[in-house]
Write a protein that binds this ligand. Structure first.
Ligand code: UDX
Length: 447
């Protein structure tokens, strides 16, 4: 078992550190935020991530996991992971200042023969830049390995423990082997590539997944226009092993801390290097349109949005997380407010204050029934299981008008109909009438 260090205890750093400790390694973590460090050191997770609290507690109790807010004079660990954030800059590029600062601080404290492993999502070429920093600094020489992460929020622990692949990028084969050994107990497939390719695999993977979702969202719009059912279309497509079932759920579009930032950054990188990222641009545009399409559905259902009471179920960007970064649910709440609607949001885990900071003027309810009281439309914006298991008869008793817009296609239409709701969803019949014969004739002509 090895000694490792992790710089940055956000979502990627905290999960990776806790999981490495669980695998038996001794992990020392550094984060500049003392409050976060105090929480983590007490074995408590600063983010809502199923299973993380327990791993932190056991790791700290076993003495394999420790946290500090200042750098040690010298790292005892010979392998140091960088997992600091790379926020979006004004131009849409990833801002790597935190990575540079971390590398500078770490490089001055390394022992000979150490490895810096980059887990932050960084523009292609950053690894080479770090290699250059190492050469120029004249400090203790170290190897550089790129090791992108593919963890999903809400299932990050199980994603770490059961990876589809571990990607390691470096020109230093020995360094790659030493990092691969850390993951040995997982018996995962390790792909060894150069640094730039490793960095690109991360961006291309996220961009492809976002593309898959935007694709099915575009198909959903076409299904709606022509009277097909996008859920069945996706099921039929997914059975083709070349396509697969995942990331084909039509809905309110993708959000979160990764897809929006990474697709934008990849498009930016492509553009500044003379490639024309037309597909990526369309993928982003379709995603934005999805929120307008949901807005239009609410408008169609209630008639006039001005002064209409609308309940939004879910604030996070997806279920099982309290992350509201780039949340399509809150984007829709904002759009509705701009149209004059009176919006009340309910979320099972996101604190009211955070919702109100993100969407000033929005009301926040402590329960679904409180949010739905007197509402003229209830919008399911995040597919929490809690909403799928709701007593919709009880919801029907408190609303002003029985209208549900299921912006995640997560509900069973028959359940809603039985509770007396007018039900609208994304790209499934029942949503709208079948297409007018004229539309079908047009289709025949164009075929
Ligand atoms: C993603 C990647 O999956 C992960 O590999 C990477 O490391 C970080 O970014 P995450 O942001 O946690 O993970 O969320 P993910 O589960 O991938 O969902 C992203 C968004 O797509 C969410 O807003 C989700 O609601 C949406 N989505 C997902 C759909 O709209 N339809 C789908 O079929 C799947």
């Amino acid at each position: 078992m090895s000694r490792i260090a992790v710089i940055g205890c956000g979502y990627v750093g905290a999960v990776s550190a806790a999981c490495f400790a669980h695998l038996g390694h001794e992990v020392e973590c550094v984060d500049t935020d003392p409050e976060r460090v105090a929480l983590l050191d007490a074995g408590r997770s600063p983010i809502h991530e199923p299973g993380l609290d327990e791993l932190l507690r056991t790791g700290v109790a076993a003495g394999r996991l420790s946290f500090r807010s200042t750098y040690p004079d010298r790292f005892a660990a010979r392998i140091v992971f960088i997992a600091v954030n790379t926020p979006e800059s004004q131009e849409g590029a990833a801002d790597i200042r935190a990575v540079r600062d971390a590398v500078t601080a770490v490089a001055a404290r390394l022992q000979p023969g150490s490895i810096i492993v980059n887990k932050s999502t960084v523009p292609i070429g950053t690894g080479d830049l770090v290699v250059g920093m190492a050469r120029r600094s004249g400090q203790c020489p170290f190897a550089v390995v790129s090791n992108p992460e593919f963890l999903r929020e809400g299932s990050a622990i199980s994603d770490f423990m059961n990876p589809d692949r571990i990607v390691l990028g470096s020109d230093d084969r020995v360094a790659i082997d030493r990092v691969a050994d850390l993951y040995g107990p997982l018996e995962a497939h390790v792909q060894r590539v150069d640094i730039r390719t490793a960095e690109m695999i991360k961006y291309a993977s996220n961009a492809f997944l976002a593309t898959k979702i935007s694709f099915i969202n575009e198909i959903a719009a076409i299904c709606e226009a022509l009277g097909a059912d996008v859920a069945e279309v996706a099921r039929g497509m997914g059975m083709d092993s070349r396509i697969g079932h995942q990331f084909l759920s039509a809905g309110l579009g993708w959000g979160g801390s990764c897809f929006p930032k990474d697709v934008k950054a990849l498009a930016h990188m492509a553009a500044v290097h003379g490639a024309h990222p037309q597909l990526l641009r369309s993928v982003m545009e379709i995603n934005r349109d999805q929120q307008f399409r949901a807005l239009q559905k609410v408008r169609e259902a209630v008639g006039v949005l001005d002064d209409a009471r609308v309940a939004i179920l879910g604030a996070s960007f997806k279920a099982n997380t309290d992350d509201i970064r780039n949340s399509p649910a809150l984007a829709l709440a904002s759009l509705l407010q701009l149209e004059g609607a009176r919006v009340t949001v309910y979320d099972p885990v996101v604190q009211a204050r955070r919702v109100q900071d993100a969407v000033p003027g929005v009301a926040v309810a402590a329960s679904v029934l409180e949010a739905a009281r007197d509402a003229e439309a209830v919008v399911l914006a995040t597919d929490w299981l809690e909403f799928q298991l709701l007593d919709w008869q009880a919801v029907a008793r408190v609303v002003a008008r029985p209208v549900v817009i299921d912006a995640r296609n997560a509900l069973e239409p028959r359940t809603l109909a039985a509770a007396g709701f007018e039900y609208r969803c994304i790209g499934r019949p029942g949503n709208k009438q079948r297409p007018a014969p004229a539309a079908l004739e047009q289709l025949e002509v164009s075929a």
